[in-house]
Every structure is written in C-alpha cells, then in structure tokens.
Design a protein around this ligand. Structure first.
Ligand SMILES: Nc1ncnc2c1ncn2[C@@H]1O[C@H](COP(=O)(O)OP(=O)(O)OP(=O)(O)O)[C@@H](O)[C@H]1O
Ligand SMILES: [Mg+2]
Length: 317
C-alpha cells in the first residue's frame, strides 16, 4: 500500500462515549480525484474528516494520507494538506487580502501566491473588503483560498456550500472544478446530491456512521436503481387516480405535476395510453433516470433531506 492513493481509510471507527459516530468505515481516494462524502446531518462526515486531517484521534482503524499514518506521522502530513472547516470563519475587521496573508504567515507559507489565490477564488473585486462585509458565498471562497495558502496536495472542504443560494453555490463549484483541473485531490463533504452528482469522480454515501455505497455518480445510479421517473405536468385528479389504479404510486411534486416511479419505457407507454383513452390531451412529460437523492432513499429508506425542511432550490447547473 503506497502513495498510489491520496487517502486510504481502513475500518475507521470513532466513538463519543456511547455514541458510535463512525462505524468501521473503509474507502480510498485516488490522487487528483474529487471525492464526495454525501450524507445527511449527523451522518459522521465531519468526525471522519477531522480524523483524516489529524485533528481528532480515531477510536480504532487506520488512516493514511499521502502514504503516511495520520496518528504517527501527523507532523509530516499537516504541511501537505489544506482544510476548510465546517462553518469556518475569519477575523471580522481584516480584509480578504489581509486574511489570506495572515494565514499564509501563520502556516509559514512565505511563498504563498496571495494574488493568485484571490484570482482563483474570484475575489479580486473584494480583496480590500473586510470579512464582516462579505456575503456567505464570498466568505466560503475566502475560506477555500485560506485552505490553499500552503499549496496543499490534498484539500478538505467540509460543506463549503451549505446555506448558500444557487448563484453563490455555483461560484464555489467553479472554484472546486478549477482545483481539480490543477491536479489537487479534493475531499468534499456535502448533503446536496446534485453537488456530488455534478462534481465528484467518486461518491461515498454515508448514513449513521456507515458507508452504504461507493462509486461514480453514474455507477451508483446504475447499480442502485434501474427504474425511471416519469414526470407529468397538468394532470387532473382523476388522471392521477387512474395511474394509481394501474398499481403505480404517483407523487405530487407541485400543484400541477406528478412524478411516477416506473420500471421501464413499457410502463411509460402503458400510462400514456391509458391517459389517452380517457380523452386526456397528452400532458407535458419528462422521463429520466433516478438521481442520487432517490438512490439514497432507495438504499436507506430515508430521504437525504428532511422533507420540505431543506428544499433544494433551483441549484441545477
Ligand atoms: N465532539 C463530539 N462529542 C460528542 N458527540 C459528537 C461530537 N462531534 C460529533 N458528535 C456526534 O457524532 C455524530 C456525527 O456528527 P458529525 O458532526 O460527524 O456529523 P456530520 O455528518 O458532519 O453532520 P452535519 O451534516 O450536521 O455537519 C452526531 O450524532 C454528533 O452529534
Ligand atoms: Mg459536519
């Protein structure tokens, strides 16, 4: 087992008293890939990240970063990684440029390319603005710039887009894609499935401390769920009832649209024919594969987000 992997985790377990926060987790992250840890609140993401970054000690298990053991070779690992902590902050009254300079000095990164980092995170216009006057998305991008001051090989970003609006989220995605293009290994935690689906080479789905599936977004969707989703617009209540009598379970998305989980295009055809026979003008429709959110639901029996509590907006690209 060598340097081939940027990160390798074997049977990692963390207990807080009686609580098993991370339960025998194993996975590897290849160099240069963007790896996403996708899971709901309390799944154990931050705990695992903190252990991998040598901030917290594991109860048991082995973690290697760039071929080095995190408990025994912590000092050699720290200079080669960067971290954006969850909900991280900076000093209110210093500017973007000063913040980055401050952390560069703190981490002994004398050669840090401060202006390059400001450009990379698209903060050039804001370089002289104080931290307290930045928007949430700008603060997160500054946090990413700070995580990069030591030009790390592996970057850990713990929920960099949580709470951001779709526009700000996309701006962070741009920065992450740029990091990937520059060959960095990026370890991202998120509870937004479309973020994982869009950005990640590999996704590990974590729930209640355990990894329940790992693979590329496409692989996860292929292996976990072959069914299709048929969405219909402007269908009447009686049409919905008709679909129900055909042994499907239409779910209302909005007032005038429903989604039906079907096995194949034969089912789609059967539903459309039945609607046609009742004299319904065929409605606007869309057939698609399951997404990671639905994969999560199929695997765990629970939604990734509490219903309606954290409605994802139109954050699609
Ligand atoms: N220092 C701690 N002491 C005790 N329990 C903790 C501690 N840190 C986390 N926990 C618990 O461990 C579990 C996993 O928490 P963790 O913060 O790792 O989850 P998470 O996936 O990062 O969640 P979120 O998406 O909300 O950030 C939770 O039940 C949490 O309450
Ligand atoms: Mg967390």
């Amino acid at each position: 087992m060598s340097d081939a992997y940027a990160i390798s985790v074997e049977a990692l377990t963390k207990r807080y008293g009686d609580l098993l926060a991370v339960d025998e987790v194993s996975f590897t992250v290849r160099r240069g890939e963007l790896f996403a840890f996708l899971g709901p609140n309390g799944a154990g993401k931050t705990t695992a990240v903190e252990i991998i970054c040598a901030i917290r000690r594991p109860t048991s298990g082995t973690v290697r970063v760039l071929g080095m053991d995190v408990t025994r070779q912590k000092r050699d690992i720290i200079p080669r990684i960067g971290v954006l902590p969850q909900g991280g902050s900076s000093f209110d009254r210093i500017t973007v440029r000063e913040s980055i300079q401050f952390y560069a000095r703190l981490f002994g990164a004398r050669n840090a390319d401060i202006d390059g980092l400001i450009r990379l995170t698209d903060l050039t216009d804001k370089r002289n603005v104080q931290f307290r006057n930045l928007s949430g998305g700008m603060k997160q991008r500054l946090g990413i710039a700070i995580a990069l001051v030591n030009d790390p090989e592996v970057v850990f970003l713990d929920e960099p887009t949580t709470g951001l609006d779709p526009h700000a989220r996309r701006a962070v995605w741009e920065v992450l894609l740029d990091l990937k293009r520059r060959g960095k290994t990026v370890f991202l935690t998120t509870h937004y499935m479309e973020e994982a689906e869009l950005l990640a080479d590999t996704v590990a789905i974590i729930s209640k401390g355990r990894i329940i599936a790992t693979g590329s977004p496409d692989e996860l969707i292929e292996t976990s769920s072959n069914d299709l989703r048929l969405s219909l617009k402007a269908v009447s209540a009686s049409d919905v009832e008709l679909i129900r009598t055909m042994n499907f379970q239409p779910v209302r998305d909005t007032e005038d649209s429903v989604t039906v989980r079907v096995r194949d295009t034969g089912d789609v055809h059967a539903i459309l024919s039945a609607l046609h026979e009742t004299g319904t003008t065929l409605p606007d429709m869309d057939v698609r594969k399951a997404n990671l959110e639905e994969v999560f639901l199929a695997l765990t029996g629970e939604p990734l987000h509490e219903v309606a509590a954290d409605q994802m907006d139109g954050g699609k690209p």
